[in-house]
Design a protein around this ligand. Sequence first.
Ligand code: C2E
Ligand code: CA
Ligand code: CA
Length: 723
Amino acid sequence: MKQSQLLVKWIVPASVSALVGAMLLGTLYWAAARTDEVAAARQKDLVTLIVSKLQSSVAHDQESATVWDDAVVKTRERDLEWLDVNLGQWMNTYFGHDAAFVLSADGKPIYEFIAKPFGASTATDFYRAYSPLASRLHKRLAAADQEGISDRVLSIGESDLTFVGGRPAVISVKPIVSDTGEIKQRAGEENLHIAVRFLDRDLPIQIGGEYQFAEMQFMTTMPHDKGHSQIALRSKSGEIIGYFNWHPFEPGTNVLDATLPVIGLSVVAIFIAASLAGHAIWGRSVKLNSNRQELQSLALRDTLTGLANRAHFQNELVVRLQRSKPEDVRSVLFIDLDRFKAVNDTYGHPIGDKLIALVAERMRDILPNALIGRIGGDEFTVLLEMIGSSEVADTANRIVASLREPFEIEGVYITIGASVGVATATGPGAEANELTRQADIALYHAKAAGRNAYAVFGDHMDELLRTRRKLEHSLRDALAGGTQIEVAYQPVYLADSSGPCSVEALARWIHPELGPIGPDVFIPLAEEIGLIHKIGSLVLEDACSLIAFLPSISAAVNASAAELSSPGYPLRVLSTLAKWGVEPSRLEIEITESLAINGEQETERNITMLRTAGVKFAIDDFGTGYSSFSRVQNVTVDRLKIDKSFIEGISGGQNSAIVEAIINMARAQGLQTTAEGVETNEQREALKSLGCNNVQGFLMSRPIAREEVMALVNTGNAKHGRG
Ligand code: C2E
Ligand code: CA
Ligand code: CA
């Protein structure tokens, strides 16, 4: 698992939930502690109140017996039995007083009651404890002090928290007085009643039970127990006589304890939620990433083949060349399919696309690990790394051989071919653009060498390139000057008669320094630099001017695709014909097979326009393209010129079946036929017997100058010529 994934899916969710949990717990602990603090303070107040209430309640209990006429009388009478029942036993059983004493006004004991088994404290202990209170009260009575008397408190009294024989107790002293007021006593003459209640007996338990204090107990020393609350009990003089100690009721802690599981669950829930969110976020980011990668790969790949596109190939080349070490060898191969355009034109783009895909497949089979790019319609590139020159040559050869094998597409076998240009760079410092340029030049040479071949770039090629550039300049000059381009005419004969019936106009370039340059060189050059129109016009003009004076023959001119698709072409042709007064039907325009069958709309319109005007059309080099016979049937031309490659072996029986089929098909379609490249009598005889209309070739005549044509037509003799 990657770090970032771990982070998003687990660590962040865990941290978030831990943080939230900690904050929640912290807040709760704080709130609980505060609540407990407040509760503890309340409980202390309550216990303090209870103790003070206890003091007053002991006094209050006393008054139920001490403010009573009978008590005054019985005490005076010293009726000990009565005193024992009403001021001793009764107080003990009914109010829980632990001891009771009756004193005379001058402080002498009259009666004493000490409950068992708390008799451990002696009468002397009690005396020591209550006598200060008794004498104080006596003085107050004598002074007729009335302070503290109210609806609830019927007589004055003294009470305190104090020790009795080392045991804490509440002691209360009250005068025994008349309840009706009928028995008069002089101030200070009253007998006294003392009630004692020990604090360390069952009192804590009683208070605890009554007020819900847990573990309430009395302690004589200050307990050091953190978990407990306590309050000090003090006598009036401020002496600490002990502590009430109890386990405080902690509502905050209770709530916290009750809430903890819920908090725990919440933290787990938050963690789950955050983790789920983390997973979702991660999932989404993974998806986004893959989308981005898809987009990136779309930007880098050629959609038809899946190979690298031009930009990607070039970038990769730059990057890899920059990384080169001194011993690194890298080669770039430029591969151009031969005659792919013809396939595309003939069968249409869908088949062309399939062919390209199949080519890519074969290349991948040959080079499973190399970087392969498709940089144009039928142009591919390969980057070979760490491979020596002989292996590079071998690879180029294998590519050429593989692409020469027929491709089967939708039941049709299509044979193309490929030319390969190779350029190699060793060590660092090589420049991608330069390497590419060299591979391109090498490719050009491979094509010039006759296609289905590869060429490795060498410095001589740059020399040749410079020559070509010069040639381009020269051609421009030649056309501007208008004298170097000449027109030769090759006579065409009827198969069964000796006189020429037509001439084909062929362009010639007589270079002032280099001499004659063949049309195979300068026609493609002129097409490339956009000057073919000029040559076409020049040849057409010359041909028309020739046959204008030779009414017995017609003329044929060759037209390039660029000319035929140009909108001004028909007008130019027709105006030239008109200018020389030549009947349009005496001109034949030779076009390529693919143009005739799959021409652009503009081309088709031009052909139709010219044919409507009477101009004839012929398919040149028929049989070298890809037209099946059936496709030729819809074609609007007047003649097929059977390519010279079919004528070569015709006398020996080779090819004769094909030529026969072409001738028969043409005749059925009402088309004329011309056989090209006829060099022997046998060929001519064979063609004649197959029903071919016209013959053209070195046997009859090489291309000759216009003066020679005039002489030939006028004399019917043309055995010599120039080619
Ligand atoms: P193409 O139209 O097929 O012209 C016939 C070519 O066959 C001529 O080559 C001619 O010299 C050659 N040839 C004639 N008879 C024989 C023979 O018996 N044996 C052999 N081996 N060859 C023979 P050329 O003059 O070199 O022309 C080459 C091509 O250049 C022409 O092929 C044509 O496609 C093109 N071309 C020539 N002139 C023009 C032009 O004015 N415009 C255009 N667009 N193309 C032209
Ligand atoms: Ca021709
Ligand atoms: Ca031809």
